[in-house]
Design a protein around this ligand. Structure first.
Ligand code: URC
Length: 319
């Protein structure tokens, strides 16, 4: 028997353990800040991760929490600062946070703030509105997430073409309500009269065309216009539920694109919860939202042209 896999021992016994680099904080606080300028809304969407370090030997060695500002407080600070200071830029917001932790907490000597900012573009949707009222500008589409898809099947005689998209993330910062639903003993959801509606659209649409003897649709134009109808319906629908918005999107495509027979939509409800800032003496007039990634509501349906048999498979992309 050898001692090869034992730690080396000297005359004074094994070397003691020593706490080396350590840091702690709250990772991935997802915050959406809406700023309202009349009917024009502005949106900032950040993923904020804070790591703090300093005099933390006591907590690691003895579990003595005296110097530990809870990570829950770190998260609350992100939300409260989003309300109080707004989010002009990710850099400016990160500076404010880092300075705050280092200057208000004596044991904390260093703060590292990492921020991912998700870019959103406006959906310009000229919605019908009463004369003299400003154009609503509260609809956004997230940049750079989207994939165009298509599936072609041929049996030597007939074609089936199903096209679509995934990862089209859209958000309305107002004109969405949800109330009047069934309540049972397990229902706790408060009714909402002005909420954020956001979803990541998965869509498939099947073309009428199946016969080489007929002219084929103009694939690129069709795809672009169909996507645009989905966006316009999303932005232009005053929504009482995501189900209603889904149907409006599918129906608008069917009504405007004669080459399409059937549309299947799968819409995860990307929940945005208003953060309770009252404990910090701050109100929250639909300005600061916590973004939850799961669980999510999943709303799915097929819309067909009258008389058409649905053929697109039910399960597109979600569990
Ligand atoms: O638009 C919605 N539809 C639902 O069916 C639902 N259920 C829920 O909890 N929130 C929502 N929102």
């Amino acid at each position: 028997m050898t001692d090869n896999h034992r730690a080396p021992t000297g005359p004074a016994g094994p070397a003691p353990a020593v706490l080396a680099q350590n840091q702690y904080g709250k990772a991935e606080t997802r915050v959406v800040r809406i700023t309202r300028d009349g009917a024009t809304h502005h949106l900032k969407d950040l993923n904020v991760s804070v790591a703090l370090s300093g005099e933390m030997a006591e907590v690691h060695h003895h579990g003595r929490n005296t110097n530990v500002l809870p990570t829950d407080t770190v998260k609350n600070t992100v939300y409260a600062f989003a309300k109080e200071h707004g989010i002009a830029s990710a850099e400016g917001f990160g500076l404010l946070l880092a300075r705050h932790f280092v200057t208000t907490q004596e044991p904390i000597h260093r703060a590292r703030v990492r921020i991912e900012e998700y870019a959103w573009d406006r959906i310009e949707a000229p919605a019908p509105r009463p004369a003299g009222t400003p154009e609503p500008r509260h609809s956004f589409v997230r940049r750079g997430q989207e994939t165009r898809v298509t599936q072609i099947t041929y049996d030597g005689a007939r074609w089936e073409v199903v096209s679509g998209l995934t990862g089209l993330v859209v958000l309305n910062s107002t004109h969405s309500e949800f109330w009047g639903y069934t309540k049972d003993p397990y229902t706790t959801l408060p009714e909402a009269y002005d909420r954020i509606l956001a979803t990541e659209v998965s869509a498939r649409w099947r073309f009428h065309w199946s016969d080489d003897a007929e002219p084929a649709p103009a694939w690129d134009t069709s795809w672009t216009r169909t996507r645009d109808h989905a966006l316009q319906a999303f932005a232009g629908t005053y929504s009482l539920s995501l189900q209603q918005t889904l149907y409006a999107m599918g129906a608008r495509i069917i009504e405007h694109r004669p080459e399409i027979a059937e549309v299947r939509l799968s819409l995860p409800n990307k929940h945005h919860f208003l953060v309770d800032l009252e404990p910090f003496g701050l109100d929250n007039d639909n300005e600061v939202y916590r973004v939850a990634d799961r669980p999510y509501g999943l709303i799915e349906a097929t819309v067909v042209r009258d008389g058409v048999e649905p053929r697109i498979p039910v399960d597109l992309s979600h569990p």
